[in-house]
Structures are given as C-alpha cells and as structure tokens.
Design a protein around this ligand. Sequence first.
Ligand code: 13P
Ligand code: SF4
Length: 360
Amino acid sequence: MTEVHGTTSRERRAATRLAGADRFAPVAMPDLEYTDEVARETAHLYERVKDVIPAIEWPVMAPYVKAINDLKKARNAVILAHNYQTPEIYHCIADVVGDSLQIAIAAAKSDADIIVQCGVHFMAETSKLLNPDKLVLIPDTRAGCSLAASITGADVRLLRERYPGVPVVTYVNTSADVKAESDICCTSSNAVEVVESLGVDQVLFLPDRYLAQWVASQTKVKIIAWTGACEVHERFTGKEIASYREANPGVVVLAHPECPPDVIAEADYTGSTSKMTKWVLDKHPAKVLLVTECSMASNIEAEVPDIEFIRPCNLCPHMKRISLPKILDSLVELRDEVTIDPMVAEKARRAVERMINLRS
Ligand code: 13P
Ligand code: SF4
C-alpha cells in the first residue's frame, strides 16, 4: 500500500516553498506551542488517528506535526515512512508509506530535493543508492537492524569462494557493502519471484534464515541460507500464537515471513508488511492477529477501527528511534546525511535496480 497523502489547500497556504539554494539554508527552530491556530490547522490530521492516539496526547504532537509539514514543503522534502512507524508519523506527516520495496520504488521516482527516511538505516541507504544526487536524511543514525548487522561484505566474499558460481540473492535488510557483493536484492514481497527469476537450481540467500526457509517452502530452487534473524520476529513462538488462538475464537492470524517456521505453521496467511495490510483491508476480518511489529496494527486500525486487533506486540527498537522531535531536528538542521562510498554505491545500486527492474 503505497499512499501519497493529500495536501489540503490550508496546508499549502501555511507553507511556502523556499527558492533554489535557500531550501538548504539554515532555519530557526519553529515555535512548538499548542495554539488555537495549531489546533485548527492540524484538526483534519487528528481525525485520521483519533482511534489510536488519545486526545490528551495530541497537544504535544500537533505543534511538531505542523512544524514538520510546513518545513518539509519549504525545503521541498519528501518523507518516506515504513509500515512500522508510529501512527502520528505514518498518518500525519509521511508523504509515502509502505513496505521496504514500495518505499524504495517511491524513492527512485521522487523529484524532491531532500528525502527524510522514517525507517531504519538500510532503508535510508537504499534511498541514497537510488538518489545519489539528493540529500538523504535519517533522523537517528542508530536506527539499525539485527539482520543488517548479521553479515558483512567480507562474509559474502567468503561465501562466494565456498560456493563458486552460485548467485547471491540478498534481502534489502543489509548494508550497502553487502548489497555491493550481491547479484540481486529482494524484499519479503518479492523474494520468491526474485529467486525464480535467475533460472538456476540453487542460490545463496542472505541473511535471514527464516525468510530463507519460507522461500524454500515456496520454490523448487535450492536455498543456501545465512544464519541472521530479525530480533523482533524471532521472539514469536508457535506455542504463543496457538494460545492467542485458543483465547480468541475466530481470530485470523497473519505472519511476516521473518517469523520462525513454527509460527508460520500456525498462521492463516504469510506475507510482507504490505501484503498483510492489503489482506486485512480486502478481507476485513472481525478479529485479527498480526504477527509482526506492533505499530503496523495501530496504523491499520486507524483506517478500519471496527476490526479488533489482538496484539502480542513486539516493538522494533530501531524503528522506534524515529520520533517527531527527531524528524523536526533533522529537517531544521539537515542531518544526519546518509552517504555511501561511490565505488560501493555503484555496485550496490546494480543489485537494487536489478530487483526493481524485474517488475517493469
Ligand atoms: P517489509 O519489507 O515486509 O516491510 O519488511 C521489512 C522489515 O524490516 C520487516 O521486519
Ligand atoms: Fe530489522 Fe527486524 Fe527491525 Fe525489521 S523489525 S528493521 S528486520 S530488526
């Protein structure tokens, strides 16, 4: 679900785009008081999240929401937010939301001068790979990922020595160094399609062992896996999911393919974050359990409040480093800039673009 949130005429009046080089000029930190004007100008945005954000919290958020929306227009910036961002980011300031693949594609099409990546570092690197001439900012450089941290470029070179001639398919949840050593990237949305597109009997599949096992269950291609895991999804267990089912008769269970196989065996449907979202919006079950990061349920619930979400609720500590105050700092001070060594970027870009071009 890639969405471009509409801009109201009121928002357009409030913010004037700065000219040319002025878009990168220093600006003062905006006033962050909850005035009547701020309340009025953000009321339509609170409407989008009123079922998932208590009214008492809005006066703290609203001044940031208004300041960010004004400044992103003045600077001709675009905010890309992953499905795991919190509802005030996802519904109130993001221009594009979606899964890793969707935000990478949106980044490739963006004509903004500045990209602010609300997600984790590898996502910001992917945006930079696809937009080498744009200023790409991440509001907190510590927003990492246990999968990206599980493997290095040197590891991939060793694997290639061990398995000569076997193509390397790399999940986008990796550093640019690792992508640079790979033949093609994939996301959880297109992993099976990418593996099968190579027309070979076996592939090295890095770095998520559980995604690798799930892909292996969907294809005849032999999958040689690395041993990484997502620290959020690996904590779920099949037993835990079974007990939620028992306690909630009629609940539909959807799981992300980064979950261990015993969890996937308990699920009614397995798919990427965007595929799970689409499934819920299309089928509209009465009660649903999303076996994934917690904010995704809140983001969907804001759109369909009549669905009951049962929450085992694991948070990604990296995704949660991104907040309204840090996003505003990022836009005011134009930091932190994401940079990639040009030699690494050239090779990594090839692997990402080969994946994106599969769709066109
Ligand atoms: P998606 O590509 O399904 O959004 O997953 C990204 C991710 O980080 C899941 O943990
Ligand atoms: Fe990485 Fe897991 Fe967080 Fe996704 S949820 S960013 S895979 S640690």
